[in-house]
Design a protein around this ligand. Structure first.
Ligand code: ARG
Length: 467
């Protein structure tokens, strides 16, 4: 039986935005579709967007100055209330946009009901998320810079301390500890660049796209962009309301950042083990065992490593969320927020704790020097020595391989072999070998740009300090 038309024309104060069309919503559906607990944190961004929208409506002649003023004041009061937990959220508030609009209309009446003119929650959420992302990316980038500075400080404080460099986690060649720290500096530099680059694409204003097709009102999008500090506006309304690339890019940058930090966390775990003993983590950043009284566990470093999984998962969630969606907006997109927020929170928390932890690292120079003193780390130098005497590298490699085998079988250091023993392997080994085959010389020879020689690393530190 069709619903009869109203007996007289009515302009009801709606209980829900769509109550004209759908008067009843099952309470279970209300709960199932609600996103308020998650998107509540966007309230400031939502209000910022609404104030700009209100201004554009006013400038387009759709709101009187008085109405615009009422809306602005109402929104400011609501912002205050939410900040101080005094705002009354209603169980029927589906999301933060609806809650604020309802609160506004209850507060100021008719003018509040005009705010949504020429706007959809679809372009509204697209805007809020971009505003939020701008803040988060900026915060992450600031923390990346802080961690880079902490790494430079460590590198400077321990300049000259040698250690074994590893490949396959097998001792390979000597490097400087400072060089190792600065490797993370470079990773973080690329991370910074990725966030910065993503921001360039994120900062396009979607407002004015309406639900999907644009709006019927002459709202100046250029003006809105100006008001909200966006350098440009989006150029396709269908894309603008369904695009979440900016979040995906942020998550991709975050995932890779977390992979780098996870590697750093792993090295802290490894190096602070009794087996390595290269460093001690500051006591305040370790935890004990509930059962074993002697334990000092690197839980912070482990969690740095572990939390990377959440952020990688967030990236996969977003990619999966969007991949099968037809244009334009689909409600699936509401699920973008939990992974986005969680990843941003996690990345920031991990950066903050590392910035605090790093200056407190205790470096065991003696252990590092002893490990770096392993003469087998000089095997490559030995091959290069023969090359300088005219032996082709492949042959030199084979000769040194035999020397290594010989020394290992006799439990002798390479540097402990006698001139007579050397000469049995190659006539080219001369008296200058003794001076050549030292840890210091090996390091000093790595003097190309980007290599581990002291002068290179020191110059790099200087360069980075100047930034
Ligand atoms: N809460 C929604 C979201 O986060 C806002 C947009 C709702 N749009 C809609 N057509 N139901 O995506």
């Amino acid at each position: 039986r069709p619903t009869p038309p109203p007996r007289q024309s009515t302009h009801p104060a709606p209980t829900k935005a769509w109550s004209g069309r759908l008067p009843e919503t099952d309470p279970a559906v209300e709960q199932f579709t609600a996103s308020l607990p998650v998107d509540r944190r966007l309230y400031k961004h939502d209000i910022t967007g609404s104030i700009a929208h209100c201004q554009a409506l006013h400038e387009a002649g759709l709101l009187s100055e008085q109405e615009a003023e009422q809306i602005r004041a109402g929104l400011a009061a609501i912002e205050e209330e939410i900040t101080h937990n005094r705002f009354h959220f209603s169980p029927s508030d589906e999301d933060i946009h609806m809650a604020i609009e309802r609160g506004l209309t209850e507060r100021i009446g008719a003018a509040g009901a005009k705010l949504h003119t020429g706007r959809s929650r679809n372009d509204q959420i697209a805007l809020d998320l971009r505003l939020y992302l701008r803040e988060e990316a900026t915060a992450v980038m600031g923390l990346i810079r802080a961690l880079q500075q902490a790494l430079v400080k460590q590198a400077k404080a321990h300049l000259g301390v040698p250690m074994p460099g590893y490949t396959h986690l097998q001792r390979a060649q000597p490097v400087l500890l400072s060089h190792h720290w600065l490797a993370y500096y470079d990773m973080l530099d690329r991370d910074y660049g990725r966030f910065n680059d993503g921001l360039k694409r994120a900062l396009r204003l979607p407002l004015g796209s309406g639900a999907l097709a644009g709006t019927n009102y002459a709202l100046s999008r250029k003006r809105l962009a100006e008001l909200l500090g966006f350098p440009a506006v989006t150029t396709n309304s269908l894309d603008a309301v369904s695009d979440r690339d900016f979040i995906t890019e942020f998550l991709a940058a975050s995932a890779l950042l977390m992979v780098h930090l996870s590697r750093l966390g792993e090295e802290m775990v490894l190096w602070s083990s009794q087996e390595f003993g290269f460093i001690d983590l500051p006591e305040g950043f370790c935890t004990g065992s509930s059962m074993m009284p002697q334990k000092k566990n690197p839980d912070v470093a482990e969690l740095v490593r572990g939390k990377s999984g959440r952020v990688i998962g967030a990236l996969v969630t977003l990619l999966t969320l969007v991949k099968g969606l037809p244009l334009s907006y689909n409600r699936d997109l509401q699920e973008d927020k939990p992974p986005f927020f969680d990843a941003a929170d996690t990345a920031k928390a991990v950066l903050v704790i590392l910035v605090r932890l790093l200056p407190g690292l205790i470096v065991h120079r003696d252990r590092l020097e002893r490990a770096a003193g392993d003469s087998l780390l000089l095997a490559t130098d030995l091959a290069d020595y023969l090359v300088l005497k005219g032996v082709p590298f492949r042959q030199a490699h084979a000769v040194v391989g035999q020397v290594v085998r010989y020394a290992l079988e006799r439990k002798k250091a390479l540097t402990a072999l006698s001139p007579a023993e050397w000469r049995r392997f190659s006539k080219q080994f001369g008296p200058d070998l003794k001076k050549y085959l030292t840890l210091e010389q090996s390091l000093a020879r790595k003097a190309q740009q980007g290599a581990t020689a002291m002068n290179q690393v020191a110059a790099r530190i200087k360069e980075l300090e100047g930034q």
